[in-house]
Design a protein around this ligand. Structure first.
Ligand code: NAP
Length: 281
């Protein structure tokens, strides 16, 4: 088994391993749901305790898969779920969270995110997050798909400064956040959760990445993940429904990219030279 997964801390002091597990598309097919839960359980066994889900995924189906995965071992997992913007009113957020708790079969979600900005005022959603926190139904709250201007606006809202994370699209093909958002987050001590760290699988077919991977006796997925987690305060949440791939992703901690590798990666996947609009899926 590879060495321990490095951890990063949220502003409230709780720490999580920097390689977690995603769940988008899980629960869409009843036939594969049991294998998906098994795969997540395998990740928990390997210390990939942060599990990212959302009410949106498979209309609650992904949360049900997570429920199956954590049955009898709630304390092994750090659960992240998300409220849809269309539900993010003061009352709607509380209702959505309670529905997620029920599907997950737990009494609290460790970190609850606004999936992306919608029509409701941030103040309303944050009031609901505070209500949920006081009731012990969530441990902390955060946001997703917020660009630097959104983050600044968030801080001006009452309690906005207590945001725990911003979950954004970040991988070798989508490096825009390196220009500003990543540095801002590191300065404020707010971990960035990198979603689609393998660019939904697209990176895995890249011929030049194969070359770097071979030199490290590693796989392309491991190189792609190692590139992201070398940044302080970045958590990756790759999704896979296959236990052998969970093991492979977990072992990315063993890949230490050299200065030469990083220069090659900069040539193939140029870092942003100017401010770019935040990309999202
Ligand atoms: P991803 O993790 O970049 O890629 C997932 C794809 O890669 C799947 O097709 C998976 O297939 C494959 N894969 C994973 N590990 C592999 C490996 N070692 N070798 C070969 N193939 C591998 O994409 P993602 O699911 O979009 O992103 C990850 C998580 O981020 C999501 O599941 C979700 O929890 C979160 N997310 C959040 C947002 C947001 O708006 N906040 C948006 C998108 C995603 P198999 O399952 O068949 O292995």
């Amino acid at each position: 088994m590879p060495g321990a997964i490095p951890t990063t801390a949220f502003p409230d002091g709780r720490t999580v391993p920097v390689i977690g597990q995603g769940t988008w598309h899980m629960g869409e097919n009843k036939k594969t749901a049991a294998d998906e839960a098994k795969s997540l359980r395998h990740g928990l066994d390997l210390g990939m305790t942060l599990v990212d889900t959302a009410e949106m995924y498979a209309d609650g189906g992904a949360e049900r898969v997570v429920a199956e995965a954590i049955r009898g071992r709630r304390d092994d997992a750090f659960l992240v779920s998300k409220v849809l913007p269309s539900n993010a009113s003061r009352e709607g957020t509380v209702r959505a969270c309670e529905a997620s708790l029920k599907r997950l079969g737990v009494d609290h979600i460790d970190l609850y995110l606004l999936h992306w900005r919608g029509r409701y005022a941030l103040r309303e959603t944050l009031d609901a997050f505070e209500t949920l926190k006081k009731a012990g139904k969530i441990g902390a709250w955060g946001v997703s798909n917020f660009d630097p201007d959104d983050m600044e606006e968030l801080r001006s809202v009452p309690n906005g400064a207590t945001v725990a994370t911003n979950q954004v699209l970040y991988n070798l093909n989508r490096r825009g956040i390196e220009y500003d958002l990543l540095k801002d987050s590191q300065k404020s001590g707010i971990p960035v959760m990198a979603y689609s760290p393998l660019d939904e699988g697209r990176l895995l077919r890249h011929p030049e990445l194969v070359h770097i991977a071979k030199a490290h006796q590693a796989t392309v997925a491991q190189v792609a993940l190692a590139f992201l987690i070398r940044n302080p305060g970045v958590i990756v949440i790759p999704k896979t429904g296959m236990p052998e791939r969970v093991r492979e992703n977990r072992a990315a901690v063993e890949v230490h990219l050299t200065e030469d590798d990083l220069a090659t990666l900069d040539r193939i996947f140029p870092p942003p030279a100017s401010k770019m609009p935040l990309e999202m899926i």
